[in-house]
Ligand binder design. Structure first.
Ligand code: RUQ
Ligand code: CUA
Length: 641
């Protein structure tokens, strides 16, 4: 940070180039006129917001925040009875996570725009989000893992979404002294298969690696399809004062995993079944309801049992990013304590494996010789390299956190061709399609950790800032700044056209299979079952059916099951009840959602619609009469009489 200040701190508000980023040609490049639409959609991780945010490129306009791992009162996600099960885990209901790395599904190594996968770091989870509804459809917890960071990356036909543990932990978890870590803790790399029809996830196997930290990963593609590469640090297996103790080795490793080989081993009955307990949560679009199932078993693979499947490639200085170029030949390791990037060659790796040129082993896993697998070194002149993305013409772009810049360099010659400052301290970057065989090399988005003077400094913390650079020419051109939400780590982007075709506008009422749905207003009713009261309610502009309810008592548990009868795009109705210990819910056209209220005070309590749905939205309201627990008032309900 000190260096950042030194380099750029003296020019508040400046872009470092000395001639104002908002030159009129730059303004034209990002200007999307009112009523026009952006060319690309960008999905930025929200980091500690637990959610995913959607932006347009090049405008930098934010379109939506998609709730994934965090309760989200705006829509009622994680508050409605239907979505609460999505946040269930083996540790109970966890309404938050730290979402890092989105990846869009692919077919033949190209983006196909069906789903986007993301990871939760804290309580290890992977989520699948539909790109036709922008809703979270599935969350699977990852057992035997901790700090699920080298995730969620998908293989080139979306065969697997891959999740690697950042922290090594005892497997199975048990009570043991922390300082017995070395040699005893394990690093689980999980391979979760994706059903090609409906996207359903299934934890197929876990490779039980030595207890290193598995930081980031990317799939092989093209010639290296079938392999997956993970950067590691803390190959020292230290368990305390990590900033010193895990930086002792001059080189850590990139682990190369031949998952096709392990898949074959597993399909032939290999691996060991292990008792475990993890949650698998699936949202059903027909019943509009999520269900959570606890899974009790996982298949584990000891890598030494599958010869030829796992190798270590020595990589200098605690590598962070581990990126694969569009051809699948080059694997780039970014040693975050170094200035240089190490590029490994997939072809050379295969040759070295073939010739069995090993340089010892770690826990039975062969280590290749650095010189044998290295394709080149990028002498960047920067400091603190983190992540690399690619364009479609053989260039790579790497972020440097410490020297706060994006450096453009050429694959194969490794020469640096351009560098531009970022504002400030960039982490990840994203080029639409930049993690695929077919990048759309028009823009790079740099996602920065520190905002400082980019906007009026208001209060001790501000939203982070991102920058868009035009990369269509030889030199990068900074064209825009925009604020981001939470802390973006990775992002994924695709052409808007890819989403347009599959976009879902409404839920069809005649396909609604929610068990508490009312598909016509005359089915609206109130039923008592012991102290549970179920209100089957419908909404249409501009009333609830029913809107007056009596016979509810203190001590009851009242379920409002609300079906929105609208069948037009963009007409949700909301529902909120005074004194309810939850959020409102927002019910989409054709959808049913349930909100629970446990009234604690006698009285006549109003509810209302929270979404300005029509000219008479303010009239969209009703009352529930709450009587004492021992009262003798019959249930009754009405509308308009
Ligand atoms: S990690 S910089 Cu998840 Cu690099 Cu964010
Ligand atoms: Cu319905 Cu406002």
């Amino acid at each position: 940070m000190g260096l950042t200040l030194l380099l750029f701190g003296c020019k508040p508000g400046g872009d470092g180039s000395g001639n104002g980023a908002l030159a009129s040609s730059a303004a034209e490049k990002v200007y999307v006129a009112p009523g026009e639409q952006d060319e690309f959609y960008a999905f930025l991780s929200g980091g500690y917001s637990g959610n995913l945010t959607v932006y347009g490129l090049p405008s930098g306009r934010m379109f939506k925040e998609i709730p994934v791992f965090s309760q989200f009162p705006t829509s009622g996600y994680g508050y409605s009875e239907e979505t609460k099960p999505m946040l269930n885990t083996s540790h109970g209901f966890i309404p938050w996570d730290d979402l890092h790395h989105p990846d869009i599904s692919q077919t033949n190594g190209e983006l196909d725009g069906r789903w986007i996968f993301v990871n939760g770091n804290n309580t290890p989870r992977i989520a699948r989000i539909s790109l036709s509804t922008f809703e979270t459809e599935e969350i699977i917890e990852i057992p035997n893992s901790a700090g699920n960071h080298s995730s969620a990356f998908i293989t080139e036909n979306t065969e697997y979404v891959i999740a690697g543990t950042r922290f090594a932990v005892p497997v199975p978890q048990r009570d043991m002294p922390i300082n017995e870590y070395k040699g005893n803790f394990k690093g689980a790399l999980s391979f979760i298969s994706v059903n090609p029809e409906d996207g359903r996830l299934d934890l197929k196997f876990q490779v039980m690696m030595p207890g290193f930290n598995y930081d980031l990963s990317h799939p092989g593609r093209g010639k290296s399809h079938g392999w997956h590469f993970f950067s590691t640090y803390n190959t020292e297996e230290a368990n305390s004062l990590m900033e010193v103790n895990s930086s002792q080795n001059d080189k850590d490793f990139i682990a190369a995993i031949n998952w096709k080989k392990i898949e074959e081993f597993v399909n032939n009955g290999g691996g060991t079944k292990m008792a475990t307990n993890y949650a698998h949560n699936v949202y059903n679009e027909e019943t509009h309801t999520g269900t959570s199932t606890m899974v009790k078993e996982v298949l584990t693979v000891d890598p030494t049992e599958v010869p030829g499947a796992v190798f270590f490639l020595p990589t200098p200085k605690s590598p962070h990013g581990c990126d694969v170029d569009p051809s699948g030949e080059y694997i780039i390791g970014a040693g975050k304590l170094s200035a240089d990037l190490t590029v490994h060659s997939f072809t050379k790796m295969l040759e070295a494996i073939e010739a069995e040129k090993f340089d010892g082993e770690a826990y039975g896993i062969p280590i290749l010789k650095f010189e044998d697998v290295m394709a080149g070194v990028v002498k960047s002149g920067g400091l603190g390299p983190l992540h690399t993305e690619f364009d479609s013409s053989g260039n790579a772009y790497t972020t440097f956190f410490i020297s706060s810049e994006v450096v453009k360099w050429k694959l194969e010659t490794w020469e640096v061709v351009d560098r531009k400052p970022t504002f400030y301290s960039v982490g990840h970057l994203m080029i639409p399609g930049g993690n695929s065989r077919k990048p759309f090399g028009k823009y790079v988005v740099a996602m920065n950790k520190i905002t400082k003077d980019r906007y009026l400094p208001t209060g001790p913390e501000m939203e982070h800032s991102a920058q868009i650079y035009d990369i269509s020419g030889e030199k990068m051109e900074l064209i825009y700044d925009f604020p981001t939400h939470g802390e973006p780590h990775y992002a994924a982007g695709c052409p808007a056209d890819l989403l347009r075709a599959n976009s879902k506008k409404i839920y069809r009422l005649d396909e609604n299979k929610h068990p508490y749905a009312v598909t016509s207003p005359d089915q609206a009713r109130v039923e008592r079952n012991g102290n549970e009261v179920h209100i089957y309610m419908s909404t249409i502009r501009s009333h609830f059916t029913p809107d007056n309810i009596e016979g509810v008592k203190v001590g009851d548990k009242v379920y409002f099951h609300i079906t929105n009868h609208e069948q037009d795009f963009d007409v949700p109705h909301g529902f909120s009840m005074l004194g309810q210990n939850t959020s409102e819910i927002l019910v989409m056209p054709g959808q049913t959602k349930t909100s629970v209220w446990e009234p604690k005070q006698v009285g006549v309590w109003p509810f209302y619609c929270t979404d300005f749905c029509s000219a008479l939205h303010q009239e969209m309201q009703g009352y529930v009469r709450v009587s004492p627990a021992n009262a003798n008032i019959d249930l009754s309900w009405s509308l308009g009489e």
